[in-house]
Design a protein. Structure first.
Lengths: 708, 48
C-alpha cells in the first residue's frame, strides 16, 4: 500500500486549494491548460477535495503556478495541509474501509443463512447453515476486528481500559460461544450479530477517521520561511553561509526578491520590504539605512546590507513558532463529548455483563446459561449507535459546509465552534480582503491592454494588484519591457514609451498620502491609480449576525490606531490596535481564563499563536500556510458571512449529536434489561442493533441543509 | 437440499468476487475523488 511517491526526474508535487471548480469543463481547463506553462509537467484535479496536485520543476516559483491558475480562470493558493496523494495519505481510513467491506460482506452472507434459520430451518439444515456461517465469520472477524483488538491490547498492556476492550471481549466471546453452540447442535448462533456489529462499529470508526485532521506541523512550516543560506560580507568578498552559522553582528547582503534570514538593521541601501508574513500588512514598507528588518520578510526592490541583531532561534519568527508550539499543547487537553461518553461506557458494560453472569449463576441457571446471557448483554450493548452518533453527524455537517465553501479540517472543531461566545477577528486579510484594490483604472481597451502588459512584467505588490484587477485583459504586445527597481516598469508600445510606477518617475504630479502609482505614455496624459485594502463586502452584516448568535466580536490588529478604529467603526464592533502576536495570544488566553470560549479568525503568521490558543480557529483560503494550518475551518470566497454560517451549522450539529446520544442511550435502556433477562434471541439482537444504528444515521442526515 | 449445495457456493463466490473487486478498486485509488470521476466522463479526450 505504500507505493512510492511519484517523483519523476527533477519534479516535485505541490498541492493547491482552488476556488470555483465545479464541472468537467473546469477539470479540463486546469488539467490541459496548466501543463502548457514551461516547467509544469502535469496537473491532477481532485474535485471532491477542491484541490489540484501540480507536478512541476522544483525551481518553479509559487507565484508562477498561481499565475498559471489565474490564466485558466481560477484562484489558487498553496495548500499547506496534508499532501493529497493517491497513495500513502489516509492509510488509516483505507484500512478501516477495507475492514468494513469484509465485515459487510460477511454480515450480508451470514444474514442470508440466518434468515432461513429464523424462518424455520431445523436439524441438519440448521447445523449446516451454522457451520457455513462459522466458516465465513471466523476469518472475517479475525480480519475486520484487528483495529479493535490492537487498540484493546495496547490499552490492557498499559493497565487501562477503553471502549475497545468490551468490544473485543464481546466479539470474541460471541464467536467462541456460537462455535460451541454450533458444535453441540444447539439452536442459537450469533455469527450474524458479531459480524454486523463489527460492520456498524467500523462504519463509525471510518467516518471518524475521515473527520480527524492529520497532525500537521505548522511550526516546521513556519521555520521553512527562513532561508537556509545567506550571503555574508566578509572583508571585501561575499560568502554563502548556512543561517545556523550566522552570528549577531554579521553583515548580510540581501538581493532584491530574496527573503531576509535574520532580524537586523539596514546598514546601507534603501528598498521596500514585504512584511506580510510577519505583520499581515499587505503594503510594502519603505526602508533605508537604520531601519529594522525582520527574518522571513522579503526584500523587494534593491539589494541592501543588513547587520544581524538576532539570528536563528532569537528571531521574532522563531519566537512566534515557540508561542504556537506552547499553545497547541494547551488545546489538546480538551475532551470531546464522544470521549466522555466512551469513558463512562466501558466500565458500565463490564459491570452489567458481570452482574448478569453472577445473577444467573446465583439463580442456579448453570455456567452455560449464565455465560450465554452475559454474552448477550455484551452484544446488545455494543456501541454501534454510540460509535456512529458523533462521526456521522460531523461527516454530514462537513459535507453541507463544504458545499457552501467552508472546509472543516477537524470534526471535533464543530463541537468547539458550537460553544463559542467570543470572536476575535484580525484586520488585514480577515475583516478586509487582504489585498490592495486599485481604483481609477483606465477604461479604454488599448490603455487597459498596455497597463496589463506592464503590470504583468513586475512582481511588485502594486503591479500584482493591478494584474489581478485586470484579469481577462489580453496584454498588448510590447518591446523593451524593463523594470527599474524602486521606480516602476516601462515598455514601448507602438512606438511610444509607457510607464507604470512612482508618480515623479512617470512624470505625474505627486498626490496626497494614499498609496498610488502613475501610469501613462511619455507624452502624457497621466493617470493616477490609487490603492486601498477594502473591507470585505458583507463584513458588517456578518458582525450583526454574530451578535444575534450571542457572540461578541472584537477586532484585533497590529496596525496603527487610526486605521483599526476606522475599520472597527465600519464593522460596528470594538477594536484593539497595535497588538503584537504574543499579546493577541495573551488576549485570547485572558478571555478563556474568564470562562469564555473563543473563536479566532485570522490569516497571517502573526495570528498563528492566537489561533492555536483559541478554542477554535478559522481562516480564509487566501491565508498564509501557517494561518491555514492553525485553522480548523477554512472558508473560500470573499464573504465573511462564512463565520456565522459555520457557527450556526456547528450548533445544529451539536444538537443532532445530543439527540443521537439520547437515541443510543434510550435503545440501551430498552435492550439491556431484555438481554439481562435472557430473552434476546439472535433475531432480536440483529433487529435491535441495526435498527438503532439506522435511526442514528437517518437523524444525522437532517444536517444536510445545516449550512444554508 | 441438493440445490442448496450448488447455490450456496455460487452465492458466496459471487460475494467474494465483489469483495475482491472492491479491494482492488480501493487500493488503486478509485475512491479518492468520486465527484471528479462523475464529471470526467464529460471531458472530450483530445488525442495527443
Amino acid at each position: 500500500m505504500n507505493a512510492p511517491q511519484k517523483v519523476v526526474g527533477a519534479t516535485t508535487s505541490s498541492t493547491y486549494a482552488v476556488e470555483g471548480m465545479r464541472c468537467a469543463a473546469c477539470i479540463a481547463r486546469i488539467e490541459q491548460g496548466l501543463p502548457k506553462i514551461q516547467g509544469i509537467k502535469s496537473a491532477r484535479v481532485n474535485l471532491s477535495a477542491r484541490r489540484v496536485r501540480v507536478d512541476h520543476d522544483p525551481a518553479l516559483a509559487e507565484e508562477v503556478i498561481e499565475q498559471a491558475f489565474r490564466n485558466v480562470g481560477f484562484d489558487a493558493h498553496v495548500f499547506a495541509g496534508d499532501k493529497l496523494s493517491t497513495h500513502g495519505a489516509g492509510s488509516e481510513s483505507r484500512t478501516l474501509m477495507l475492514a468494513m467491506a469484509v465485515a459487510g460482506f460477511a454480515a450480508m452472507n451470514i444474514m442470508l443463512l440466518s434468515v432461513s434459520v429464523w424462518s424455520g430451518a431445523a436439524g441438519e439444515t440448521r447445523d449446516l447453515f451454522h457451520w457455513i456461517s462459522a466458516l465465513i465469520a471466523i476469518p472475517a472477524v479475525a480480519y475486520a476486528g484487528r483495529p479493535f483488538f490492537r487498540s484493546a491490547l495496547t490499552a490492557l498492556r498499559n493497565r487501562r481500559t477503553n471502549m475497545d476492550v468490551p468490544i473485543s471481549i464481546g466479539v470474541t466471546l460471541t464467536v467462541a460461544m456460537s462455535l460451541y453452540e454450533t458444535a453441540v447442535g444447539n439452536e442459537h448462533a450469533y455469527f450474524d450479530g458479531a459480524t454486523m456489529l463489527l460492520f456498524f462499529l467500523l462504519a463509525g470508526r471510518f467516518l471518524d477517521s475521515l473527520m480527524r485532521a492529520k497532525a500537521e506541523d505548522s511550526v516546521a512550516a513556519l521555520l521553512r520561511r527562513i532561508p537556509g543560506e545567506a550571503t555574508v560580507i566578509v572583508g571585501a568578498g561575499q560568502v554563502r553561509r548556512p543561517v545556523e552559522s550566522l552570528m549577531p553582528g554579521d553583515v548580510l547582503l540581501v538581493a532584491a526578491g530574496e527573503r531576509i534570514a535574520v532580524d537586523g538593521v539596514v546598514t546601507s541601501g534603501s528598498s521596500e520590504v514585504d512584511q506580510s508574513l510577519v505583520t499581515g500588512e499587505s503594503l510594502p514598507i519603505a526602508i533605508a539605512a537604520g531601519a529594522a528588518v525582520l527574518a522571513g520578510t522579503i526584500n523587494l526592490v534593491r539589494p541592501i546590507e543588513v547587520r544581524a541583531s538576532a539570528v536563528a532561534d532569537d528571531t521574532s519568527i522563531a519566537e512566534i513558532a515557540r508561542l504556537m508550539e506552547a499553545a497547541s499543547q494547551s488545546r489538546s487537553r480538551m475532551v470531546g463529548i464522544a470521549d466522555r461518553a466512551a469513558r463512562l461506557y466501558a466500565p458500565a458494560v463490564h459491570s452489567l455483563a458481570a452482574l448478569t453472569f453472577v445473577g444467573w449463576w446465583i439463580a442456579g441457571a448453570g455456567a452455560h446459561a449464565a455465560l450465554l446471557n452475559a454474552v448477550a448483554v455484551l452484544i446488545i450493548t455494543c456501541p454501534c449507535a454510540l460509535g456512529l452518533a458523533v462521526p456521522i453527524a460531523q461527516v454530514v455537517a462537513a459535507g453541507a459546509l463544504m458545499r457552501s465553501g467552508i472546509l472543516v479540517k477537524d470534526g471535533s472543531a464543530l463541537e468547539r465552534m458550537a460553544q463559542c461566545d467570543r470572536a476575535l477577528l484580525d484586520k488585514t486579510g480577515t475583516a478586509t480582503r487582504g489585498r490592495l484594490q486599485p481604483s481609477n483604472l483606465p477604461d479604454k481597451p488599448r490603455d487597459r491592454a498596455i497597463l496589463a502588459a506592464l503590470a504583468r512584467s513586475s512582481r511588485h505588490p502594486l503591479s500584482r494588484a493591478v494584474t489581478s484587477a485586470l484579469e481577462g485583459v489580453d496584454p498588448a504586445p510590447a518591446s523593451d519591457l524593463d523594470e527599474q527597481p524602486g521606480l516602476g516598469v516601462e515598455g514601448v508600445f507602438g512606438g511610444t514609451r509607457w510607464r507604470l510606477g512612482r508618480a515623479d518617475w512617470v512624470g505625474a504630479p505627486a498626490t496626497g498620502a494614499t498609496t498610488h502609482a502613475a501610469f501613462g505614455p511619455s507624452t502624457g496624459p497621466f493617470r493616477v491609480i490609487s490603492f486601498a485594502d477594502t473591507i470585505r463586502p458583507d463584513a458588517a452584516e456578518a458582525m450583526t449576525e454574530l451578535r444575534a448568535l450571542a457572540i461578541e466580536p472584537l477586532l484585533v490588529s497590529g496596525d496603527r490606531r487610526e486605521v483599526v478604529d476606522t475599520i472597527a467603526a465600519q464593522l460596528g464592533i470594538p477594536g484593539r490596535s497595535q497588538i503584537s502576536p504574543a499579546e493577541k495570544s495573551g488576549l485570547v488566553e485572558a478571555e478563556r481564563a474568564a470562562g469564555h470560549r473563543v473563536l479566532m479568525v485570522g490569516d497571517g503568521l502573526n495570528d498563528g499563536p492566537a489561533m492555536k490558543t483559541a478554542d477554535v480557529a478559522m481562516a480564509p483560503a487566501a491565508a498564509s500556510d501557517v494561518g491555514q494550518m492553525s485553522a480548523d475551518f477554512i472558508f473560500f470566497g470573499e464573504s465573511l458571512g462564512a463565520v456565522p454560517t459555520a457557527i450556526r451549522a456547528s450548533r445544529r450539529t451539536m444538537r443532532v449529536v445530543k439527540e443521537n446520544f439520547a437515541l443510543a442511550i434510550g435503545y440501551n435502556a430498552l435492550a439491556v434489561p431484555l438481554a439481562m433477562a435472557g430473552s434476546v434471541t439472535p433475531l432480536i439482537a440483529a433487529l435491535a442493533m441495526s435498527g438503532s444504528s439506522i435511526i442514528v444515521v437517518v437523524n444525522a442526515l437532517r444536517l444536510r441543509r445545516a449550512a444554508r | 437440499m441438493s440445490g442448496i449445495l450448488f447455490l450456496l457456493p455460487i452465492a458466496l463466490g459471487l460475494g467474494l468476487a465483489g469483495l475482491a473487486a472492491f479491494f482492488w478498486s480501493a487500493k488503486s485509488g478509485q475512491f479518492e475523488d468520486l465527484d471528479g470521476a462523475a464529471e470526467r466522463i464529460l471531458i472530450d479526450d483530445e488525442d495527443d
